[in-house]
Unconditional design. Structure first.
Length: 368
């Protein structure tokens, strides 16, 4: 009994002290479980995210480059300054065509580029920049976000320690700058031409010798005669690069790139180190960039075409015969590539199935 009395006395003493503290300190407010303001200020803040982003495109290039700079700006704004993704010009960190390896190994944090540049490493990635005779913008992003395209893209990059985000979407391209008019298929044979992506394999079927050259190196190659002809992008961008100074015949439509998508690729370890909110900020900035890119691209082409004509450029549309030959060659290329690579076949099957189903809506919902 005596022991129990001592225990009771101790408990009562503790309760009494606690109650006394409660009533003496402004109605008990000091009993709050949260730390004081002074204590809270001493808690360590989350580390600021600082990434270096290597670009394949110069910042002065409308849409291709300046969109990358806007990604830097928007991620900073959306994060309240807690995330910094610094844009670096081509070759400032690594050459444009080495961005994939640099991001994969983590020697740079992120890259601003286009998936089609990595065809030699992962052939199926070409579908995520442009598809010859492929979908327009609405159909393409429908497949990407709601038809399984984005999941396939992530699967293709995952073995390389890269997390991809489609982050730019631009209008159809021109399909070639030539020194002389191209009136027949014979006129294409033996030309040396800079060409990108799957379209290059199509041109090779028609006797063209193609090579991939980074954007900033195209004009010197054309001027010096290293190549006879080139394609690169849409009229507003091609105008800036000055191809009209050497080649005066500009051909449409851009059968090889009805639209073009750009990407933000991120080292997987850096991506996984972000919290959910930070990841959502990056994804939101990229989707905003997709919309901005498409809208701007559609708004600036007619002025560029007018300026090119004023500079002596002749605009051409491919003849039906040449377009038919190009499409036939494309069907041969895609069959060969699918037979040679399982991932290529898998992505092509997914896109083709989606397009078949989409056609039901497209035929009824649109004028053409």
């Amino acid at each position: 009994m005596k022991g129990n009395t001592v225990i009771v006395a101790i408990v009562m003493l503790v309760i009494g002290l606690a109650l006394g503290k409660f009533f003496l300190d402004d109605g008990g407010e000091s009993l709050t479980l949260a730390p004081s303001t002074e204590q809270a200020s001493e808690a360590p803040a989350a580390d600021k995210v600082r990434w270096k982003m290597a670009s394949a495109f110069a910042s002065e290039l409308v849409q291709l480059g300046d969109q990358g700079q806007l990604i830097e700006k928007r991620i900073g704004e959306l994060s309240g300054g807690t995330m910094e993704v610094k844009f670096f010009e081509p070759s400032a960190l690594v050459p444009a065509l080495e961005i994939f390896d640099a991001v994969s190994t983590g020697s740079v944090d992120a890259g601003w580029s286009a998936a089609g540049y990595w065809a030699g490493k992962v052939p199926a990635l070409q579908f995520f920049t442009a598809v010859p005779f492929g979908p327009r913008a609405g159909e393409a992003i429908a497949w990407l976000y709601y038809g399984g395209g984005e999941e396939l893209l992530q699967e293709l990059y995952a073995p390389h320690n890269i997390h991809p985000l489609q982050c730019n979407l631009i209008s159809p391209e021109g399909s070639g700058w030539f020194r002389e008019p191209i009136e027949t298929l014979e006129d294409l044979k033996d030309l040396k031409m800079r060409f990108f992506g799957l379209g290059a394999k199509v041109m090779e079927k028609l006797g063209v010798s193609t090579q991939l050259i980074a954007g900033g190196d195209i004009f010197p190659a054309l001027e010096l005669g290293t190549i006879d002809a080139t394609e690169f992008s849409m009229p507003a961008i091609d105008l800036e690069l000055g191809f009209y100074q050497v080649a005066k015949h500009y051909y449409f439509p851009g059968w090889h790139q009805p639209i073009s998508m750009g990407e933000l690729i991120i080292n997987m370890d850096r991506w996984n180190a972000l919290n959910t909110t930070q990841q959502e900020i990056v994804k939101a900035a990229c989707k905003e960039s997709m919309l901005r890119g498409l809208a701007q691209g559609e708004a600036i082409q007619f002025g560029a075409l007018q300026e090119l004509q004023n500079k002596g450029v002749t605009l051409h549309r491919w003849s039906p015969e040449i377009l038919a030959a190009l499409e036939k060659a494309w069907q041969e290329v895609v069959a060969e590539e699918a037979a040679a690579n399982a991932d290529f076949a898998r992505v092509w099957e997914s896109l083709s199935e989606f397009r078949k189903n989409y056609k039901v809506w497209g035929d009824y919902g649109y004028l053409d």
